[in-house]
Write a protein that binds this ligand. Structure first.
Ligand code: COA
Length: 149
């Protein structure tokens, strides 16, 4: 199943809606001011997906030297499994390719099966593990997709 959503860059006026979505999804708890600050960072890229005038998904990534690091990707619980994660991942990969990044990288909770499956589908490989990386003691799995040597 796919879901019709419009991908665009995030703007400051989206911050409250994106923070709300982030909280609803139980994802990294950035509040609206944190998203506004993030928008001002030169290395940061924030994308949202809008459907019927509402923000239903977002992703944040950073350009760091020759890597593109995915910080977060969140789809509204009611909109999952409809291709929105893929829509954002396609934008991430296209952006990384456009700047000729060497690699894409990310950390994910070891128990986050949906996210792990999504990243494996996008050619990421597990390259490491950080024990008890998260505040609740869960491990982080480090993943990378090399785009060019
Ligand atoms: C991970 C997440 C972004 C996926 O978004 P989504 O829109 O549901 O993903 P898509 O519909 O585009 O699915 C793409 C692929 O991801 C994988 N996937 C997504 N959800 C899955 C699930 N519940 N179980 C197993 N695989 C899953 C599948 O490989 C799927 O491809 P398929 O549908 O052809 O099998 C979403 O589950 C989410 O927002 N989770 C909460 C936030 C989070 O944990 N983010 C990751 C932080 S590192």
């Amino acid at each position: 199943m796919t879901f019709a959503g419009q991908l665009r860059s995030m703007v400051a006026a989206d911050a409250a809606a994106v923070a709300e979505l982030s909280a609803e999804a139980g994802a990294a708890r950035w509040d609206a001011p944190a998203f506004v600050r993030e928008l001002a960072l030169p290395q940061s890229r924030l994308k949202v997906v809008e459907a019927d005038g509402r923000i239903v998904a977002f992703a944040v990534w950073w350009h760091v030297v020759d890597e593109v690091h995915l910080l977060n990707i969140v789809v509204h619980p009611a909109g999952r499994r409809a291709g929105l994660g893929r829509l954002l991942m396609n934008a991430l990969v296209a952006d990384a390719q456009a700047v000729r990044a060497r690699a894409l990288c990310l950390e994910v909770r070891a128990g986050n099966a949906p996210a792990l499956a999504l990243y494996l589908q996008y050619g990421f490989e597990i390259v490491g593990r950080r024990r008890r990386y998260y505040a609740d003691g869960e491990d982080a799995v480090l993943m990378e997709r090399v785009l060019h040597a």
